[in-house]
Design a protein around this ligand. Structure first.
Ligand SMILES: NC(=O)c1ccc[n+]([C@@H]2O[C@H](COP(=O)([O-])OP(=O)(O)OC[C@H]3O[C@@H](n4cnc5c(N)ncnc54)[C@H](OP(=O)(O)O)[C@@H]3O)[C@@H](O)[C@H]2O)c1
Length: 252
């Protein structure tokens, strides 16, 4: 896949899946804007691992709408265009309905939706304005298997990802006439800090048994699907949702 001189903005690219996508796009010739929220050291390390030149760190908390706007403004100032937006940044908060008080419940919903859904909607809007003017682009959203199978301990997470799927499919229809293609990658458990930092040996064993592969996805495998959907020849896949979950949850 050739992304030579493409301007690619990836949210949450300091580590995990976003980092793997940044490395993959850079190795195909893209100029990558590496957004992150707070872990500057990790973001700098990611930047140092990107091949080629023309990459830039963009620290912004995208859950704040003014910061999302500033992120797109900074990116356009740097590259003069935005060809590909990858809405990857996400958070998962445990908030069990039978365990926590109302304040904690309401705050988990607010924080999760602001990062996982509202930020993606705002960034998609802002990026689309530039893509419409420049004649097209790609928006790839990183959702989750949890959108389909239910997330009993993290219900806001599951709902945010189901919302992200619906947002993506609505925009795929609305923006096709502007040559803006919108698609989704829905990973299952992927070997990143987000997935592994809360695992106990017992929960890890249960998770591994969910898939006949008996392993987690590698971030590079998810990145590969992101690059495919962002590639020129995948335009007609607009609106699709690609599962990368090792056959752990098969939708009909
Ligand atoms: N890992 C999995 O098993 C799995 C499974 C299904 C779906 N996913 C989805 O894949 C995506 C990436 O997950 P991951 O496992 O790679 O996560 P991760 O390792 O926790 O990394 C999350 C990234 O998002 C950034 N981020 C979080 N909130 C942000 C905000 N408000 N503004 C800007 N950046 C923000 C973080 O920046 P800082 O480090 O600076 O805070 C970090 O770069 C998420 O959308 C997640 O829901 C993951």
């Amino acid at each position: 896949m050739n992304f030579k001189n493409k301007a690619v903005l990836i949210t949450g690219a300091s580590r995990g899946i976003g980092k793997a996508a940044a490395i993959a796009f850079a190795s195909e010739g893209a100029n990558v804007g590496v957004n992150y929220r707070s872990r500057t050291q990790e973001a700098e390390k990611t930047l140092s691992e990107l091949s080629g030149h023309g990459h830039k760190l963009l620290q912004r908390d995208i859950s704040v709408k003014e910061e999302a706007k500033a992120l797109i403004d900074d990116f356009i100032k740097q590259y003069g265009k935005i060809d590909i937006l990858v809405n990857n940044a996400g958070i998962a908060i445990t908030h069990e309905v039978d365990q926590i008080d109302f304040e904690a419940w309401a705050s988990a919903w607010e924080n999760t939706l602001q990062t996982n859904l509202f930020a993606a909607a705002n960034l998609s809007y802002l990026a689309a304005q530039h893509m419409i003017k420049s004649g097209g682009g790609n928006i790839i959203n990183v959702s989750s298997r949890g959108a389909f199978r239910g997330e009993p301990d993290q219900p806001a997470y599951g709902a945010s990802k189901a919302g992200l799927n619906a947002l993506s499919q609505s925009l795929a229809k609305k923006l096709a006439s502007h040559k803006i293609f919108v698609a989704v990658v829905a990973p299952g458990f992927t070997e990143t800090d987000m997935a592994t930092e809360t695992l106990t040996p017992a929960s890890k064993e249960n998770m591994l048994k969910e898939t006949p592969f008996y392993r987690m996805a590698k971030p590079e495998e998810v990145a590969h699907a992101i690059l495919f959907l962002a590639s020129e020849k995948a335009a007609y896949c607009s609106g699709t949702i690609i599962d990368v979950n090792g056959a752990s949850y098969l939708r009909s």
